[in-house]
Structures are given as C-alpha cells and as structure tokens.
Design a protein around this ligand. Structure first.
Ligand SMILES: O=C(CO)COP(=O)(O)O
Length: 252
C-alpha cells in the first residue's frame, strides 16, 4: 500500500517574511494531518529557512532543481550534496517550465534524477504531454519517451521508492484541470510502462498528479486509481488551500 504524498511546488515565489508566515501556518494547520506525507519544494535561498522552521514538524522540504554535476566550475548551479546539507528530502526534476524555458534535455533530466538518488534525495520526476501532443493523439508516445529517457540511463531499479509527477503541460497554471478519467488513464499508462521493465519499482513508485489542483477538485482527482497524491502549484502558496488539499488526500 503506497502512502499518499502532497508536495507544494512554490516555484519562484516567496520572501523571508512571507515564507515565515506560510511555513509557520503550515506547521500549525498540518500538525494533526498524519495519514499522508507532506512536503514543500521552495527556491534554493530559502532551504535554510525551511529547515529551521520545519525540522521539528512532519513536513519535509526540498528544491525545484539540481545540478547534473557533483561540483566544480558550474557558475550558478547547486549540487545535490548542497541540497542534502540543508536537509532536502525531495527535488523536482524535469518540470515542464524548465524544459521549455531553460532547454533542459531528457539526458539532463536523467542525470539529475540519478545524482539526486546517489545523494539520498528522492527525485520527483515530472512527465506530461503538451496540448498539441494530446490533440494529435501522441500523448502516450510523448510520456513514454520521457519515461524511457530515465529508464535507459538509470535502469528500472533506480525508480524504486521514487516519485513521478504526471503534469499535463496544458493544465499547469491554467485552471484547465485534467478530468479524473484523463488522470486515471495517464497514471495507469505510466505504471504499466514501468511494470513492463521493472515490476518491483512499479508497485513502490508514487505517481502524483499536478496541474490546477485546488481544494474543490482535490478529493476527486486524488482518489482515482493509481493516483498517489498531488504536486500543487498556486494553491501551495495559501496555507488554507494547501491544508484542504492535504486533508482531501487523507480521505482519498
Ligand atoms: O506546475 C505545477 C506544480 O508543479 C502545477 O501548478 P498549478 O497548480 O499552479 O497549476
């Protein structure tokens, strides 16, 4: 039985003052929510602050990206070892906002995934189709390609105990949530694809849905078969909304 996981992706939002209020509110609101795992992935400069405020709680924290290299002359990059020093449990890799704007390749994402695992950080690997791919009927092909990039570099065994987020690009930040049936179909496709290569990993990997999840649609989306939680953008920036989504996940 997989435990549900709800992760807030704060993206490039926050300030020391805003974060303190939000993190302290999350600690208070979520103190008694024990049935699901909860985490926030915030911008690098605030990992230290998250560590200070969340360490005594059950809420985990992590980053939104990681370097493909261990260290050295890579201006502007942040290594997995550095994330680990600040207590990061998770790191998001392959988010579509990075693939598009920063030209991250499948090979880059596969390296990030592998290096995070080597440092004991759980990668949250994002996959998902564009609207054009869905409308032209190649959605499964697109997702399979993204998955295979990881499977070919890391092998199925590395997927054990990791997290995949299905985030249809057209549903991110748009209020166009995928329907429960679309979510179910995509999640079951992802699990079957992994099972074909590595049945053990397919059972343990948690598959989250991300894309315009809010307190009103969370119960239905998160209770679909093969959905093991959510990756939440905008609604993770509001303590009440995030709490309601976490509570919905408990009942899902
Ligand atoms: O990109 C997302 C999470 O990684 C989803 O963002 P929204 O929940 O704001 O649509």
């Amino acid at each position: 039985m997989r435990r549900k996981l709800v992760v807030g992706n704060w993206k490039m939002n926050g300030s020391l003052d805003q974060n303190r209020l939000l993190l302290e509110a999350l600690v208070r609101h979520l103190d008694e929510v024990k049935q699901v795992d909860i985490a926030v992935c915030l911008p690098y400069p605030y990992l230290f602050q998250a560590q200070a405020i969340l360490a005594a709680s059950d809420i985990a924290w992590g980053a939104q990206n990681v370097a493909t290299h261990e260290g050295g002359a890579y201006t502007g990059e942040v290594s997995a070892a550095m994330l680990k020093e600040f207590g990061s449990t998770y790191v998001i890799v392959g988010h579509s906002e990075r693939n598009g704007a920063y030209c991250e390749s499948d090979a880059d994402v596969a390296s990030k995934f592998a290096i995070a695992k080597q440092h004991g950080i759980t990668p949250i690997f994002c996959v998902g189709e564009t609207l054009q791919e869905r409308e032209s009927g190649v959605m499964e092909y697109a997702i399979a390609n993204q998955l295979d990039a990881i499977l070919s570099v890391s092998g199925g065994a590395l997927l054990d105990q990791t997290v995949i987020a299905y985030e249809p690009v057209w549903a991110i930040g748009t209020n166009k949530t995928a329907t429960p049936e679309q979510v179910r179909a995509a999640h079951s496709f992802i699990r079957e694809r992994i099972a074909a290569l590595h049945p053990g990993a397919a059972e343990s990997v948690r598959i989250l849905y991300g894309g315009s999840v809010n307190p009103r649609n969370a119960s239905q989306l998160l209770s679909m078969p093969d959905v093991d939680g959510g990756l939440i953008g905008r609604c993770a920036l509001d303590a009440d909304d995030f709490e309601r989504i976490c509570r919905a996940a408990c009942k899902a």
